[in-house]
Design a protein around this ligand. Structure first.
Ligand code: UN1
Length: 496
């Protein structure tokens, strides 16, 4: 059977790429399974999408925010009805297990409900004026056309973090889904259009970074840009955006640590580490890739973790009994293999996994064993660089203070976690870990959509997604002064 062809969505129409070029999207658990044929777009398609978004902006910005919000709310209801269908397609397209893809769709539903509420908030400020008979306020205004570049690991949730706040604030959008996972973004779009989103308000252009992402970031009529992906590409996007002074939100890598102190509930920590490190096959920017363990419990913890990790069922995520799916593509497996070799060369002890899986059940997909290095020194590359695969480094430490220092001793600062029963140490960790997110007695993953999401240092550039951070990013302030004195009043001059 010929694979289904999916088109770009521009100005409310399904259109082919101008070049007529396409590419195949394959199931990472079984590359014989073609999800579909997608448009391989280029700058001309981006230009079309930006003009459509530009035109639509003039009408959309004037739709009252509570009305915009109703469409978003309805899209949330539609996503909930289609949750199982979209989760199954996402597992086929992206690989993570069904339990997780249901969570990914749910995260878009949560975002829709939250952002729909913002239709009746988007609070500004009314403040007194220094002059008599003068009124002052600050209101949030939409920015215009927002460009978005999304990653493959949360193919519906992350596009929803970008699109839905932008929309409720009155912006229009051009989004490029990751080339590995365009279908899930098109499914999100379908929910929005079925909910009544007008033509041109969201435009989806599929394809590859240099051919689609770069022209979006460069486009003179794209007024803001939001990117989630690697720090390397993020730097290029940031530099491009700076040239035309576009607001730019970057959410990039992590090297997230879980600290386990001697007094921790080890059973709880064990479940948390397995979930944090091997959930989504380690392919979350919030994944736990370092576990810093105090020496009193280090060996016991390592033994129990290795035992459990070696028994995780790895396979096709469409099978409900599978606990860990494949990596997204060949290149990610190659990166994981490269880092396993680096870890061995650096002298870390490989105690679990370390290889791509090639049994008859795995031979058509990009599977890798849950991998654990022990006795890792915090300066080794496997303890410093983001791997984005199922590889975990265990680092033994003497004290709480040393644990915090090591947790902070990387260039990233997204998520972090501490397992302890000592409330004083928990509060010190909350204060002293320099990261955007800290969990106490829970792993590094599992952020909720109504709180700010993002990190310090090379993880980001100061913006936050989720919650109010998103409303801040997708609006700009306008200060308004109304003088009803009927005479010229001069601020700072008429001081008497
Ligand atoms: C990501 O890691 O890329 O907190 C996003 C979590 C999810 C989102 C992760 N809610 O793990």
């Amino acid at each position: 059977m010929a694979a289904k062809v999916f088109k770009n969505f521009i100005g409310g129409e399904w259109v082919e790429s101008r070049s007529g070029q396409t590419y195949e999207n394959l199931n990472p658990a079984d590359t014989r399974d073609v999800i579909g044929v997608f448009q391989r777009s280029d700058k001309r398609d981006v230009d079309d999408a930006v003009s459509a978004a530009r035109q639509a902006f003039e009408r959309w910005r004037l739709v009252p925010a509570p009305k915009r919000a109703e469409i978003i709310y309805r899209a949330g209801e539609i996503l909930l009805e289609r949750k199982e269908e979209y989760a199954r397609l996402m597992t086929r397209e992206m690989g993570k297990v069904l339990k997780e893809t249901r969570g990914d769709v749910q995260e878009a539903v949560d975002t829709a409900y939250y952002m729909a509420g913002e239709g009746r908030r988007q609070f500004g400020a009314t403040v007194p004026s220094e002059l008599p008979n003068k009124f002052a306020m600050a209101v949030r205004m939409p920015i215009g056309v927002c460009g978005m570049i999304a990653p493959w690991n949360f193919p519906m949730a992350i596009p929803s973090w970008k699109l839905l706040p932008a929309l409720v604030c009155g912006n229009t959008c051009v989004i490029k889904p990751a080339e590995d996972t365009p279908l899930s973004t098109l499914n999100l779009l379908k929910a929005l259009t079925d909910a009544g989103l007008p033509k041109g308000v969201v435009n989806v252009v599929t394809g590859f970074g240099p051919e689609v992402g770069a022209p979006i970031a460069e486009h003179a009529n794209v007024q803001a840009i939001s990117f989630t992906g690697s720090s390397e590409v993020g730097r290029t996007v940031g530099v491009t955006a700076a040239q035309s002074f576009k607001p730019c939100s970057l959410e990039m890598g992590g090297k997230n640590a879980i600290i386990i102190l001697d007094d921790a509930n080890l059973d709880l920590a064990l479940d948390g580490v397995l979930w944090g490190a091997f959930g989504t096959t380690g392919q979350r920017c919030t994944a736990a890739s370092r576990v810093i363990v105090q020496k009193g419990v280090y060996r016991q913890f390592a033994d129990r973790l290795i035992y459990r990790a070696q028994r995780l069922k790895v396979g096709n995520g469409q099978d409900e009994s599978v606990e860990m799916g494949p990596q997204i593509n060949e290149q990610q497996v190659a990166t994981t293999e490269k880092y396993v070799q680096i870890g061995k060369n650096e002298g870390a002890k490989l105690e679990a996994g370390g290889k791509a899986l090639n049994t008859p059940d795995h031979v058509y997909g990009w599977f890798f064993e849950p991998t654990i290095f022990t006795d890792v020194n915090e300066k080794m590359r496997i303890a410093q660089e983001e791997i984005f695969g199922p590889v975990l480094s265990l680092i033994p430490v003497d004290s709480f203070d040393q644990a915090i220092e090591i947790a902070n001793g990387v260039t990233y600062g997204l998520s972090s976690s501490v397992y302890t029963r000592d409330v004083n140490k928990a509060f010190r960790a909350m204060r002293d870990i320099y990261a955007g997110i800290t969990y106490v007695n829970a792993p590094t993953i599992g952020a909720e959509v109504h709180l700010p999401f993002g990190g310090t240092k090379s993880t980001g550039n100061g913006h936050r997604e989720g919650g109010l951070g998103a409303i801040d990013f997708y609006t700009q302030w306008k200060s308004i002064y109304v003088d009803y004195s009927d005479r010229l009043q001069r601020a700072q001059i008429d001081t008497e």
